[in-house]
Design a protein around this ligand. Structure first.
Ligand SMILES: [Zn+2]
Ligand SMILES: [Zn+2]
Length: 435
């Protein structure tokens, strides 16, 4: 009798808990009540930005917050990465939510009261440091989401792997880091996610809106170096040497034909950019060498391979036509194409429309920028979306872009970002799509 009552009581409790689904209104109310603190965190990070692989203060703040929430926190992953798991008390799937923490070597020129005056060392030079890509907002948003999810743990199905990632913008020369290093260090063994979600604030959308697309979302990026070798001589007697600067100049022009002549542009766009030309020290010396540094952006492995192959053959062919030689070096740590899982994108789009309204959810174009989160998205079905942060009164096409020294985050977009992440996460956990 006693045990039957006990069973009945347990079942009543169990079904009550199952019925008390977490609602969207509840998530919005929680996000609203935390809004001020999320913005305080963001401003604190903004005032104290740190370069890639140097996010010591930022990660300490994150770890302190997560510990205060009662979570078991793993620090020092991929140098300064912080990871924790929110364990819901109901059975369910596991998801990964990721924020990046690093800032850029940019001297801030906005006039916000929490403007950065920080400096750091980049390639041996002292540089200004600024959260010019909005990773301060991402970190604060995920800290807020962590707090709200912990508060809902009693009715939360499944687990949430919180990932605060260093070095999204690329690592200092000779170092490793970012998403690939976190994966190498066993990120997905901490809790094996069924799905992964991440977002990025962007200047190209007004605050209050988000944008995403199924399939390729951001380009794969590669960085290259071409060294052109000639023969040094007096600038007044070019015929007695081989001029690598003229050869390099022709290589830069000839590389323009890779995208315009060799790729099927009806399938996907691509970019080949030479961003630096180095060679020579003085007006009347033809140097022995010239160096070109550049990047390629592609949306498929096929295009990527073709561009790299054409880079090499154009560089060596054009150099040979000038009597010089050219050597192509591809830099380590390319980013793969960031792909949104098509089925999951549909599910997430529905969540976002319910959370933010139909008009707030836009279709993203292809983006030729890149993201090292693409490594995580290769390993786990994933969706990634843009969150607008340009003031509604301003034309986004004229707003200073991400990475600009004038990049500005309308903080109304931060609350939208937090709500978008919470709704997507909780919707997935409460009603995981069958795969
Ligand atoms: Zn960036
Ligand atoms: Zn970024």
């Amino acid at each position: 009798m006693k045990s039957a009552w006990f069973v009945a009581f347990c079942c009543t409790l169990g079904s009550t808990a199952a019925l008390a689904e977490i609602t969207g209104a509840e998530l919005d109310a929680a996000a609203a009540s935390l809004d001020k603190r999320v913005i305080e965190w963001r401003r604190d990070f903004h005032r104290n930005p740190e370069l890639a692989n140097r996010e010591v203060r930022t990660s300490a703040k994150v770890a302190e917050h997560l510990r205060a929430l009662g979570l078991e926190v793993r620090t020092g992953m991929a140098h300064t990465g912080v990871v924790a798991v929110v364990e819901g008390e109901l059975a369910g799937p596991t998801i990964l939510l990721r924020a990046d923490m690093d800032a850029l070597p940019v001297t801030e020129r906005t006039d916000v009261p929490f403007r950065s005056t920080a400096t750091g060392e980049f390639r041996g030079r002292t540089v200004g440091v600024m959260h010019a890509c909005g990773h301060d907002a991402h970190t604060a948003i995920l800290m807020g989401a962590a707090e709200i999810l912990v508060g809902l743990r009693g009715r939360l199905p499944g687990k949430v792997l919180l990932v605060f990632q260093p070095a999204e913008e690329g690592v200092p020369e000779g170092e490793q880091g970012g998403a690939p290093l976190m994966l190498d260090e066993g990120l997905l063994d901490v809790a094996k996610p069924d799905a992964a979600f991440s977002l990025h604030v962007g200047s190209l959308l007004p605050a209050g809106t988000v944008a995403l697309r199924p399939g390729p979302m951001m380009a794969g990026s590669d960085f290259f170096r071409i060294v052109v070798t000639g023969r040094q001589t007096h600038g007044a007697r070019p015929w007695s040497g081989i001029d690598p600067i003229v050869a390099a100049s022709n290589i830069v022009l000839a590389l323009q034909t890779i995208v315009s002549r060799d790729l099927d542009l009806t399938a996907a766009p691509a970019v080949v950019t030479v961003g630096a030309i180095n060679g020579g020290v003085r007006h009347n010396i033809i140097p022995a060498e010239a160096e070109l540094l550049g990047t390629i952006r592609t949306f498929s492995e096929k295009d990527r391979k073709e561009v790299i192959e054409r880079l090499g053959s154009i560089a060596s062919g054009v150099a040979a036509a000038h009597g010089a030689t050219a050597r192509l070096e591809m830099m380590p740590a390319p980013n793969p194409v960031l792909v949104n899982d098509p089925d999951l994108t549909q599910v997430v789009t529905e969540s976002l429309k319910r959370a933010l309204g139909m008009d707030a959810v836009r279709a993203s174009t292809l983006n030729t920028v890149a993201e090292d989160y693409a490594h995580i998205a290769e390993a786990v079905p994933s969706v990634y979306w843009w969150v607008g942060v340009t003031p509604a009164s301003q034309d986004p096409s004229t707003a200073p872009d991400n990475h600009s020294e004038l990049f500005y985050v309308d903080e109304a977009g931060i609350n939208v970002g937090l709500r978008s992440l919470l709704h997507v996460a909780v919707d997935y956990l409460q009603a995981p799509p069958s795969r």
